[in-house]
Design a protein around this ligand. Structure first.
Ligand SMILES: [Mg+2]
Length: 311
């Protein structure tokens, strides 16, 4: 039913591992561990969606295992169900206090094990859906500002480590307010969706990233490409939007909807912890607007960045 979900079963007794395997193997991908140390190693290696954890084990018991899991960023979000022969309220309380999501007493009933596992996997599934939705822009269905901030920070650090260039392009729809005023917001929304889809289709390498920054502003992140490559892509995107031939009768720039783009390419300096490219690319965008819009301007990241006021 959920072959995409992985369960880690931890029990020192082979008989219990076999029993749980028989119960759950048709619905989930299973990984087994026979002691605490193995459990921690496999949890880090496989990042299971749920852990069934025996309490009584020699050397490292279930309580010690869950404490280690909760202290590690890589495993702390994984839900844990305790499976225990210690049938006491006190033991159950202790387990839940340590962060377990549920507690099953041994000897267990097969149908209860299946039902509880299914419920918790369902919660995992719903939480992931919500997380994904929270990172998408509702109108254009591409990643939103929040997702951009995450990816941008990751890519900045990654490119800094590998001393590779990172390019950022800020994209703005020319005279969009005018378009909305003449055609209505519903028509404006359609333009934003078309622009989003065109940007997304143009940026094809894995690692390239497009998001809606807000309003009629979009961002493109291009790791591991030199300035010439990034500028060529920006120019290609500009031409593609113009060639959609979406009428914009009030625009002083073109009969069609057009975009202005400001970009910057930099190998993130060792000394700099926080990415600063947005401000520099935004200054280039401002220049593109001042020079008549429907064009690409590239900045050189030398001067300290002062955010321009864009009318
Ligand atoms: Mg045991």
């Amino acid at each position: 039913m959920n072959p995409t979900y992985t369960l880690l079963i931890v029990d020192d007794e082979k008989q219990n591992r076999t029993l749980l395997t028989e119960l759950l193997k048709d619905e989930y991908h299973l990984i087994l561990a026979k002691n605490g140390i193995q459990a921690l190693d496999r949890a880090i290696e496989h990042r299971p969606d749920l852990i069934l954890l025996d309490v009584l084990m020699p050397e490292m018991d279930g309580h010690a295992v869950i404490q280690s899991l909760k202290n590690d960023d890589r495993t702390k979000e994984i839900p844990v169900i305790f499976v225990s022969a210690l049938d006491s309220t006190e033991s159950e309380e202790r387990g839940l206090e340590l962060g377990a999501v549920d507690y099953i007493s041994k000897p267990f009933s097969p149908s209860i094990v299946r039902a509880r596992v299914r419920n918790h996997i369902q919660s995992v599934h719903q939480r992931r859906l919500l997380e994904q939705l929270a990172l998408l822009d509702g109108l254009t269905e591409i990643p939103n500002h929040r997702r951009f901030s995450q990816v941008y920070a990751q890519e900045w650090r990654r490119c800094r480590r590998s001393a590779s260039p990172l390019s950022l392009i800020v994209v703005d729809v020319d005279h969009f307010k005018m378009y909305n005023d003449s055609n209505g917001h519903a028509a404006g929304d359609i333009v934003l969706r078309q622009v989003a889809q065109t940007l997304k289709a143009a940026v094809k390498r894995s690692g390239d990233f497009v998001a809606r920054y807000g309003g009629e502003e979009f961002v493109i992140l291009l790791p591991d490409i030199d300035q010439n490559g990034a500028e060529a892509l920006a120019e290609q995107v500009r031409a593609e939007i113009e060639s959609l031939c979406i009428p914009h009768v009030d625009s002083p720039v073109s009969p069609w909807v057009t975009i202005s783009l400001g970009g910057v390419t930099q190998i993130p300096p060792e000394s700099q912890d926080e990415p600063e490219l947005f401000c520099i690319a935004d200054a280039a965008l401002y220049q593109a607007k001042r020079q008549g819009r429907n064009r690409v301007i590239w900045s050189i990241p030398t001067e300290p960045c002062i955010k321009p006021v864009v009318s």
